[in-house]
Design a protein. Structure first.
Length: 570
């Protein structure tokens, strides 16, 4: 899961990387490499605090991150004329001469940032990222590439996204007036990294002329809160999810949400709000778990709920058709999905895999991360086996994953069904976190993994997958959600400067999402680079959605993990 650790964590001997390249000579000394990365991480953490100061508009604090008299590119205040970029998005550049440096006092730097930030009526988020760094012989001066963005609203109230990079020189100061006893978090050396030079490269902004979305959860009745991770009531390592379906057959989409100790059922009132019907429908205190799945498992015309979870899986039968009122009953045991299992079910998907007209259920199963260590970073086989419940057409299921050849043990996060080769059978793509991904082709009575032959093996740390037709050619393309890591890429570029993600599996593990184009008959081509790169950070599910209703599939990727009290504490 942790892409930043990939460069320094040992790969188990039984699963070596094929022909690993040698590290560059300057960094054959592992202790030296670790020292330099410790110092890089100190700088990275420091500029996260700089990001907070920029976000808060605290220009005095911003100036403290620069040496007094630092050479900087004067921040621009004028923009070029906006030009159409795509649909409702415009783009403008900023008027200045890139890389021109002038010496500036801290007071001058504060004034520059004050004028620049005056272009925003509101600032929502700011990030500074250390993309690369190299050190002099003393390891106290670092030449670095820093990227940063500012998201907020411009002076006209339009959403604006400033994007820039700067060639930056940091120097480690030991002046008591500068350090005030600060110790770097990793290198433990007393001192503080200050910006000595800040050479700004060309900078641009994307501006949205229309607001497409607004946050309305509270107003819509969906503002339920659970304890923060680590607090009483939320101490587990199993995440939770939601499923959308019309549970009461009124033609409106409702929501079922799993949480730490209970479930939520929100019914759409058709007026822009949801009503919490959890208690009335009998689901509030029924078993809860990780990944809910909405399906009509008994083909009776109402939508039931399956929940992937740890151990015995869960199935709630919707009694709407039988009892003429919305109520759910736990039928896990009698339906055969509550069997004793070692599964760490994180998500579930459904399709009619044997063509009998009834939906079958596939559970993506992980393992107890932390207590169990993957036996390889990209070819692990010690996850818990995935499950395939075959519908017996009498209200019960039979678990047959091994029989069908899909009892994958590669730490699976998510799976998606789709007919990729046009033979009218449902194939299965499985996103594995520590294992190469699987594309199981449906042969009628079993599946065969053909991911390698069909071009979608993808060893990235898989968190999600979705089929969609991104180029409108009538074929199912594939989006795979993987992790990306700025720190991981920084380390790996130091280790393997001449290689890229196509010939270095470690770089692939830190590279991010993939988009695969279906060339026909279920053979795919990786077009990620062609569409611009899909770095999604700590990315999870998501995938295709035409959110502007123009007939073309767009991509959405949620991301994030456990958040602490500072930007560096995740």
């Amino acid at each position: 899961m942790l892409a930043v650790a990939l460069a320094v964590a040992p790969i188990p001997a039984q699963q070596p990387i094929s022909q690993p390249p040698a590290a560059p000579k300057p960094y054959e000394d592992r202790a030296k490499l670790e020292e330099l990365e410790d110092r890089s991480e100190d700088i990275a953490n420091g500029i996260l605090e700089l990001a907070v100061a920029v976000r808060d508009g605290n220009v005095t604090k911003i100036a403290e991150f620069f040496e007094d008299g630092a050479k900087v590119t004067t921040l621009p205040t004028e923009k070029t004329a906006a030009q159409p970029e795509v649909k409702w998005i415009q783009k403008h550049d900023w008027k200045f001469t890139p890389k021109t440096l002038v010496a500036a006092s801290r007071a001058d730097i504060a004034k520059q940032w004050d004028k620049f930030l005056a272009n925003f009526s509101e600032i929502e988020d700011v990030r500074f990222k250390l993309r690369a760094s190299s050190f002099d012989d003393t390891a106290r001066v670092a030449k670095s590439l820093v990227s940063f963005f500012i998201v907020g609203r411009d002076a006209n109230g339009h959403r604006s996204w400033v994007r820039a990079t700067a060639d930056t020189i940091f120097a480690l100061s030991k002046d008591p007036q500068e350090t005030r006893g600060i110790k770097n978090s990793l290198s433990k050396e007393e001192g503080r990294w200050l910006i000595k030079e800040f050479a700004l490269n060309p900078m641009n902004s994307l501006v949205a002329t229309t607001d497409l979305f607004s946050e309305v959860a509270e107003a819509a009745g969906l503002g339920a809160k659970i304890p923060a991770y680590g607090e009483p009531g939320n101490t587990g390592f199993i995440w939770h999810g939601a499923a959308a379906a019309d549970f009461n057959n009124d033609g409106l989409m409702d929501l079922f949400v799993t949480a730490t100790t209970r479930n939520f059922l929100y019914l759409n009132d058709g007026k822009g709000k949801f009503v919490d019907a959890s208690e009335k429908a009998g689901v509030q205190l029924l078993l809860s778990g990780a990944g809910p799945l909405a399906l009509d498992y008994d083909n009776d015309g109402d939508t039931d709920i399956f929940i992937a979870t740890v151990g015995q899986q869960i199935l709630f039968e919707n009694r709407l058709q039988q009892d003429k009122q919305l109520e759910f009953r736990d039928v896990s045991l009698e339906a055969g999905v509550g069997i004793a299992s070692e599964a760490y079910g994180f998500s579930a998907s459904a399709a009619d895999v044997n063509g009998d007209g009834y939906p079958d259920i596939y559970v993506s199963s992980y393992n107890q991360y932390g207590a169990v260590v993957p036996d390889s970073w990209f070819r692990a086989t010690n996850g818990t086996p995935n499950l395939l419940f075959i519908n017996q057409r009498n209200g019960t299921f039979k678990e047959e994953a091994k029989k069908w050849g899909v009892a994958d043990r590669r730490w699976s996060y998510a799976a998606i069904f789709g007919d990729v080769n046009g033979d009218h059978k449902q194939d299965l793509y499985v996103a594995n976190d520590f294992g190469e991904k699987a594309l199981y082709i449906n042969k009628g009575d079993h599946f065969e993994d053909e991911a390698g032959a069909r071009g979608v093996l993808d060893p990235g740390n898989g968190m999600g997958a979705m089929f969609g037709d991104y180029n409108n050619d009538g074929r199912l393309d594939l989006h795979a959600t993987n992790m990306s890591s700025t720190a991981g890429n920084r380390i790996l570029n130091r280790l393997f400067p001449t290689q890229n993600a196509s010939n270095n599996v470690l770089k692939k593990l830190a590279a991010g999402n993939n988009l695969f184009e279906n060339l026909g008959n279920g053979v795919f081509k990786d077009v990620t680079a062609e569409v611009g790169g899909l770095s999604g950070m700590w990315a999870w599910g998501g995938g295709f959605i035409d959110f502007d209703n123009d007939g073309w599939e767009d991509l959405y990727t949620p991301n994030g993990f456990i958040s602490g009290k500072s930007m560096a504490d995740t």
